[in-house]
Design a binder for this molecule. Structure first.
Ligand SMILES: NC(=O)C1=CN([C@@H]2O[C@H](COP(=O)(O)OP(=O)(O)OC[C@H]3O[C@@H](n4cnc5c(N)ncnc54)[C@H](O)[C@@H]3O)[C@@H](O)[C@H]2O)C=CC1
Ligand SMILES: Nc1nc(O)c(N)c(N[C@@H]2O[C@H](COP(=O)(O)O)[C@@H](O)[C@H]2O)n1
Length: 278
C-alpha cells in the first residue's frame, strides 16, 4: 500500500450507508446496458453553473467527497464537451485508498467518456486529465464523436495516454445539431467493459437524457442541492416540456422511490425516474 497523499478525500463508512441502495450492483446487470446513474449538483434555481463557460462550485466538502465516492463505484464517468471545455476537469476519483490515492494501479478510477460529436475539444498534454494520467491518478478519456476520421494529431495524443476516439453514427436534428442515440452509446460502452456509468452533465446532456425517449435508460438519480441561487443566465436543468393527449402541459419527468439526505449544508436527493408516465 502506497502512502495516502494529503489531497486525498475522506468519505467515512458512516456516510456511505445511505447510498448503498442507489449504487450499481457489484456484479453488473444481466442485459446489454450498463447500470447508469445520473448525478449532478444544482442550485435552488436548477442551475449547474453561472454560465456555460464557468466552472462553478456548488457542492460543499461532504457532498463533493460523496461525488468522488460515486466515481469510485462506477466504471465510467460521462460528460458533454461543453463541460470538458468549460472546466478542464480531472474526472478521476480522489477518495483515500483508490489507485493513485494510497493504492497501487488504477483500481477505483473511472474511465472518462466525453461526448464530442465534432471533436472540438482542444485538449493538450497540459489538460488536467492528462496530467493525472502521467501521475498515475486517472485514466485517459474515450471521446465519442460523429466523425469517421477524427483529427490524427488528437488521436495520437489520446492514444499516447491509453485513450481513444469512439466513432458513432449521429443523425442531425432539423436545427443541425448532432443527436446521439443514448441507447446505442450505452450498449457500446458496456461492450467495451464499462458495467456502470455515471453521467455528470452538463446541461445539454442531462436535459437530453431526461427526455421521454431516453429517461428509461437511467437506473438511478443522485442530485446534490446546494443552498444557493445562481441567478438568471445559468446553465439550467430543465428538460423539454411534455403535453398530454388533450394538449395540456404535464411535468417533464418525475422521480419515485425518493429519499432525501441532509449532507453538511447541502441535501442529497436519491431516486429513480418514474417510468409509469414516460
Ligand atoms: N454542477 C454540476 O454538477 C455540473 C456542472 N456542469 C457545468 O455545466 C456547464 C456545461 O454544460 P453545457 O454547456 O450544457 O454543456 P454539456 O457538457 O452538456 O455539453 C454540450 C455539448 O455536448 C454534446 N452533446 C450534448 N448532448 C448531446 C446529444 N444528445 N447528442 C449529441 N451531442 C450532445 C454537444 O456537442 C453539445 O454542444 C459547465 O459550465 C459545467 O461547469 C457540468 C457538469 C456537472
Ligand atoms: N458534484 C459536483 N459539484 C459541483 O459543485 C460541481 N461543480 C461539479 N461539477 C462536475 O465535476 C467536474 C469537475 O471534476 P474534477 O473536480 O475536476 O474532477 C465538472 O467537470 C463537472 O462534471 N460536480
Amino acid at each position: 500500500m502506497a502512502p495516502t497523499p494529503r489531497d486525498a478525500l475522506d468519505f467515512p463508512e458512516s456516510d456511505r450507508v445511505f447510498l448503498n441502495p442507489h449504487l450499481p450492483p457489484q456484479v453488473g446487470t444481466a442485459d446489454d446496458l450498463p447500470f447508469t446513474t445520473l448525478t449532478f449538483a444544482t442550485s435552488l434555481d436548477s442551475s449547474l453553473a453561472l454560465s456555460p463557460g464557468a466552472r462553478t462550485v456548488l457542492s460543499g466538502p461532504q457532498s463533493k467527497a460523496m461525488t468522488h465516492y460515486l466515481r469510485s463505484r462506477h466504471d465510467g464517468i460521462l460528460i458533454g464537451v461543453g463541460t470538458a471545455v468549460a472546466d478542464d476537469p480531472g474526472l478521476n476519483c480522489r477518495i483515500a485508498g483508490v489507485g493513485g490515492y494510497g493504492n497501487e494501479g488504477l483500481n477505483g478510477q473511472p474511465r472518462p467518456v466525453v461526448i464530442d460529436p465534432s471533436a472540438r475539444w482542444d485538449f493538450s498534454d497540459d489538460s488536467k486529465l492528462f496530467q493525472l494520467c502521467r501521475e498515475g491518478r486517472g485514466r485517459a478519456p474515450w471521446i465519442v464523436t460523429a466523425l469517421d476520421r477524427p483529427p490524427p494529431e488528437k488521436q495520437a495524443l489520446l492514444e499516447k495516454y491509453g485513450g481513444r476516439f469512439i466513432s458513432l453514427e449521429m443523425p442531425k436534428s432539423e436545427a443541425g445539431r448532432h443527436q446521439i442515440n443514448w441507447h446505442d452509446l450505452l450498449v457500446t460502452l458496456k461492450s467495451n467493459g464499462l458495467l456502470s456509468v455515471m453521467v455528470e452533465g452538463g446541461g445539454q446532456v442531462i436535459n437530453s437524457l431526461l427526455s421521454p425517449s431516453h429517461m428509461s435508460l437511467l437506473n438511478s438519480v443522485i442530485v446534490t442541492i446546494a443552498p444557493t441561487w445562481l441567478g438568471q443566465g445559468g446553465v439550467v436543468v430543465s428538460p423539454a416540456r411534455r403535453f398530454d393527449d388533450g394538449g395540456n402541459a404535464i411535468s417533464a419527468a418525475r422521480l419515485t422511490n425518493v429519499k432525501w439526505y441532509p449532507f453538511g449544508e447541502d441535501v442529497v436527493l436519491c431516486g429513480q425516474v418514474n417510468l409509469s408516465d414516460a
